[in-house]
Design a protein around this ligand. Structure first.
Ligand SMILES: NC(=O)c1ccc[n+]([C@@H]2O[C@H](COP(=O)([O-])OP(=O)(O)OC[C@H]3O[C@@H](n4cnc5c(N)ncnc54)[C@H](O)[C@@H]3O)[C@@H](O)[C@H]2O)c1
Length: 317
């Protein structure tokens, strides 16, 4: 079978760091290229400095390396984009068109681009949010992701582009730090718990959000890209779900590992963003169409994070 030749754009971020590793294991290091706007990076695979908004450079990278699939991850995330809405919109939209147009011109066979639960807003049903529902995002990030979803569907319907997408919930992993999202607290809390025994949460105790362990997110990403084309019936973006918890619940789970751990609360502007997002997600369509299922619940996630971070963080005695 012909192996895909993969380019990951925005590879140095929270998702890219783990995705590149997994893709290389699965398809071979020679078949994966990592790229990012940063000057340098340490990957086991070839690395290119690439600005996704530089269309000519992206095209050259694709042609020169005979790329067949792009995983396009570069974006300004929810909290960061609120600080610079104009640039958030520009990067998130121009970057997507840069990749979709290469696929439209026949230079790529498949494209992966993640959307987010940020597409949902205050008028969306908050619990067990369905795939098809009211979508009125209030952040520039959510607006850009929703517009992106519609463009993905359009490029598929109009130009036959094989683009696949999932709406990631808040992602939690130990191999990399988050890049400016509203769910970052759920990663920071582990580092602070291990290093200082306490954490001040920027979301209130009862703010429940949909969350996922990174290995489940990577599994979903690779599985949706590997599924036969006819199984992908939604070309905008699929809901996927694993668990839902609030800061109080994750703190209690961490206390099982660090009994003296203390949490307090000092909500900031990110509280307003979180207040407009769903608490939990219904992912029936993804389960039905391409057989999606998650492996990690809160208990397993916390154990995995603690076990792995303990060996990477130098814990003060
Ligand atoms: N992490 C989450 O919880 C989460 C949740 C929902 C959706 N997503 C989506 O998943 C994708 C990846 O998210 P992440 O958490 O890894 O983000 P991140 O911020 O950690 O990483 C993004 C990467 O893109 C790079 N980048 C920025 N501008 C670029 C440019 N012009 N050209 C090339 N690279 C550029 C950055 O240097 C960074 O390494 C994004 O589309 C994000 O919206 C993430």
């Amino acid at each position: 079978m012909n192996q895909p030749k993969i380019l990951v754009i925005g590879a140095c971020g929270q998702v890219g760091t783990e995705l590149v590793e997994n893709l290389a294991e699965r398809f071979g290091s020679d078949n994966v290229i990592a790229s990012d706007i940063r000057d340098e990076a340490s990957f086991q695979v070839k690395y290119l400095k690439l600005d996704v908004m530089d269309r000519a450079a992206v095209k050259k990278a694709v042609v020169d390396n005979k790329i067949t699939e792009v995983y396009h991850l570069a974006a300004l995330l929810s909290a960061t984009a609120e600080k610079n809405p104009e640039f958030g919109w520009k990067l998130n939209m121009d970057g997507l068109f840069s990749v979709l147009d290469l696929a439209k011109d026949g230079l790529l066979k498949k494209v992966f681009w993640p959307s987010s639960i940020a597409v949902f807003g205050p008028t969306t049903p908050r619990n067990n949010t369905p795939q098809y529902t009211v979508i009125e995002p209030t952040t520039v990030y959510g607006i850009s992701k929703f517009a992106g979803e519609r463009w993905c569907q359009y490029y598929h319907d109009r130009y036959g582009v094989d683009v696949r997408s999932i709406r990631y919930p808040g992602l939690i992993g130990w191999k990399s730090l988050p890049g400016g999202g509203t769910t970052d607290y759920a990663v920071e809390i582990f580092h602070e718990a291990l290093e200082h025994g306490k954490y001040t949460s920027f979301l209130s105790a009862d703010t429940a959000l949909p969350m996922m362990y990174m290995s489940d997110a990577i599994k979903a990403t690779i599985e949706i890209m590997q599924a036969p084309s006819e199984k992908i019936k939604i070309r905008s973006s699929y809901n996927i779900s694993a668990m839902s918890f609030n800061p109080d619940q994750i703190a209690k789970e961490i206390k099982k590992h660090i009994p003296n751990f203390e949490i307090d609360y000092n909500p900031d502007f990110r509280q307003d963003i979180a207040n407009n997002w769903p608490a939990s997600i219904n992912d029936d369509e993804a389960r039905l169409h391409w057989n999606w299922s998650s492996d990690f619940n809160l208990e397993r996630l916390v154990k995995e994070m603690m076990d792995n971070l303990k060996s990477t963080i130098i814990v003060p005695q």
